[in-house]
Every structure is written in C-alpha cells, then in structure tokens.
Design a protein around this ligand. Structure first.
Ligand SMILES: Cc1ncc(COP(=O)(O)O)c(C=O)c1O
Length: 414
C-alpha cells in the first residue's frame, strides 16, 4: 500500500474512489483537500457524500457572485441555446456589447478578450512591448518590464520567468528575458529600476498568492506618478483583487489610481467560463494589428454574454458594498483571534490573509481541520490561510466560519 492508498483508506468510499481516479489519471500539479464537490449554490458546496461546506475560497475569487448565480446562469442558458463558439474569424452579436460594457466599467476605450488569467497577463506584456516598440521607440528586443518580488501572475513560461517562487521555476528554464524584479511596496526601488528601455511596471495592487499583502498607501499613487513622468505603462493585474473582491470595483480604486492597463479574469467569467481581458485606451491597445495576437476561444459568444451580465451586476455596485461592509465584520472577527493562534490579519473587503502561529500546525493541517468542521479555506505559503468567500456570504455565515476557525485553533493549541 502506498502512503496515498493509506490516506485514502480513511476516507468514505465514494470520496476515496473519486480521489483514486484523480490520483491515477490527473497530472499532480495540485494538492487538493480531500473533498469531492458535486454541486454548489451561493456560498455552499455539497460533496459526493452529501456533506455541505461553507466555501471560503470562492475558486480563488472566480466565484465572487456566488455559485450558480441565478442571473449569470440564466444568461448562460440563453446563450447555450443560441450560439457558443464561432472563433474571431466572424463577428458575433455578443462581442461588441461586452467590450463596450467592460470598457465603460473600466473608464477605458478598448478591450482585448482572452480566456485564462495567465493569458491576459501574457497579452498585457505583449501589448506593452509592442507599445514600447511602436510608440515609445524602444529598440526591438530591448524592452524591459519591472515587476514586484513575490508576485503571482500565472504559470506560463514567460510569467514564471519573473517569479521569485523556486517551485514555480524549478526545471522550467530557459526563461524569457526582459524583466527586472524589485521589492513589492517599494516605489523608490521602481524609480531606480526605470531606464530608457522600460515599457511597463506590472503589479498586483494587493498581492494575493503572496498572502494578501497590502502595500503602503503611497505605493500605487507613486507608481502612477513615476510611470506618467517616465512614459511607462502602469499595468494593474486585478485578476484576483478586482471585480468587487476588496469592496471597490478595482483594488486600485482604494488609492484613487487608474492604471494604463487593467488585467482582468477569474470573476469576469461569472464562475461559469474562463474569461479574461486586457483593458486600455486606444493609444495602447490600438498597437495590435490583425494576425499579431489572438485566441480561438477568446471573446466567444458564450463567455462574452456571461461577461456582459457580470459587468451589469458590477455596475449596480451591490457586491462592492457587501464586500466593504461584511469585510469590516470579517476582519474584526479575525483580528479578535490575534494572540489566540493568529499572528496577523491582512487584507481588504472580503479578502483576508491570516498568519497562524506555526506551532499550531501548517496551513494545510489547519485547512484540513476546518474542512472537517465544514469550512473550506486554502493555505498559502506555509502558515497563511486565505479567507475569500463568495460575496453572497451573510454576516451569520461569516460568524459561523470564524467560530469554527477559533475552535480549530483552540483544539490545536490544547
Ligand atoms: C493576480 C493573478 N494574476 C493571474 C493569475 C492567473 O490566472 P489563471 O489561473 O486564470 O491563469 C492569478 C491566479 O491566481 C492571479 O491571482
């Protein structure tokens, strides 16, 4: 019996069988908790054993508007019966309305629709380099893009080329040149790194995978100023932080900063389809000509119909308000646990990174204990847990989840 077989033998039979199939046939690039989901509504996931769990991860913020959001699902059903995919070889009646709505939401001119978040990042980097060559006059092959240490922007070769995470990079070289990384939150370091060949500064306004790291208040405003002064594009990766997660439409809004390029994904697809986008003004996105970039599925009718409904939901502002109001409650409840197994709480809105006293166990062990009590969270970086529930969660559900967390910490400490 392997160790995996031994661990599975302690699980209920249906769960064990489903996991055995995954373990045998699915590439092992994740280490999931032993929960096998079969359905979900609102903030709740039901597993193959019929057990219900309060989802405090929301698919890394892709399910901001709740599982099976009625409005989004109704759009999806309507569009499934009309047309789902034609490629960009032809026009569809869904692309234009989506791009117009999203451009309006972002206060920008144009949208480049893609699919995954990583694709949006790759596309943003290409656009910045092309802008550098065509508009700024940076010699071909010389463009430099400044990024932040401990960033997370996805998993492609170019993106892991500027990651500081050894696991993300190990064995995947050779890497793409043209990036320099400086400490997150340090605007002076960005100023020192900018030179004549710098075309862009790429940042997450709040670093998500790094543990929900909120920068100093002057950081983004100073980056905005530096980029404007030096004719450099400010690219905000709002793929996880954006679309109501932090209590505003974009995390950048907290500091009144408007980037040159927004990178969006995750919740843009309503938790139904992959849909991402690069959003910018015409003088930036207009550098792309036919044949220079594309994707067979990018901007497909099903995704863009859903994306249009997502933008309509965001225009109403209800989820931004919920996240802001309930976020105050979540953070207050979590901060009350400091000194009782919790070391620090960071974040904004319904997005909290919680550092746990490592003596109580690893983040994974605490996540497993929470799952046993019916709360799903995900650990990041050893002993940090992330609470990022769907924004439909109620104050009572937050209280219940934090009570379970307090119970797990008390048990682990006793
Ligand atoms: C800030 C940020 N950018 C990009 C990505 C990559 O998105 P995807 O997993 O859809 O490729 C993520 C995913 O977690 C992210 O958090």
């Amino acid at each position: 019996m392997t160790m995996a077989d031994t661990a599975r033998s302690a699980l209920p039979p249906a769960t064990a069988a489903a996991i055995a199939l995954d373990d045998t046939y699915a590439a092992r690039n994740y280490s999931p908790l032993p929960i096998v989901a079969t359905s979900a509504r609102g903030a709740w996931i039901t597993d193959i054993e019929g057990r219900r769990y309060l989802d405090c991860l929301a698919a890394y913020s892709a399910v901001n508007f709740g599982h099976h959001n009625d409005e989004i699902i109704a759009t999806a059903h309507r569009q499934l019966d009309a047309v789902t995919l034609i490629s960009r070889a032809f026009h569809s009646d869904r692309l234009g309305p989506f791009c117009a709505a999203l451009a309006r939401l972002c206060g920008k001119d144009m949208v480049l629709p893609m699919n995954s978040g990583a694709e949006a990042v790759e596309s943003g980097l290409k656009v910045a380099r092309k802008w550098g060559a065509d508009v700024k006059g940076v010699p071909e092959g010389m463009a430099n893009i400044i990024v932040a240490d401990n960033n997370f922007h996805g998993r492609t070769i170019s993106i892991v080329s500027f990651s500081s995470d050894k696991t993300a990079r190990g064995g995947f070289g050779p890497f793409t040149p043209g990036f320099s990384s400086v400490p997150f939150g340090d605007a002076d370091a960005v100023a020192a790194a900018i030179d004549d060949h710098t075309v862009a500064v790429l940042v997450e306004p709040i670093q998500g995978e790094a543990g929900i790291i909120v920068p100093p208040d002057d950081y983004l405003p100073r980056l905005r100023q530096l980029c404007t002064q030096n004719n450099v594009l400010l690219i905000a990766d709002e793929i996880q932080s954006g679309l109501a997660r932090t209590g505003h439409t974009f995390a950048c809004d907290h500091w009144g900063v408007v980037p040159d390029i927004y990178l969006l994904g995750k919740a843009l697809g309503g938790g139904v389809v992959p849909l991402s986008a690069v959003v910018a003004d015409r003088d930036v996105l207009g550098v792309l000509n036919p044949g220079e970039h594309g994707s067979t599925f990018g901007g497909n009718p099903l995704a863009t119909a859903i994306g249009t409904t997502v933008v309509e939901i965001l225009e109403r502002g209800e989820f931004q308000s919920r996240s802001a109001e309930l976020g105050v409650h979540l953070h207050a409840r979590l901060r009350a646990l400091i000194g009782h197994g919790v070391i620090a709480v960071r974040g904004m809105g319904l997005w909290a990174g919680v550092d746990i006293d490592a003596r109580l166990g690893s983040g994974k062990q605490i996540s497993l204990a929470l799952a046993a009590r019916g709360v799903l969270v995900k650990d990041t970086h050893g002993s940090t847990l992330r609470f990022a529930p769907p924004l439909v969660i109620t104050a009572e559900e937050i209280d219940w989840a934090v009570d379970q967390f307090a119970g797990v910490l008390a048990e682990a400490g006793s």
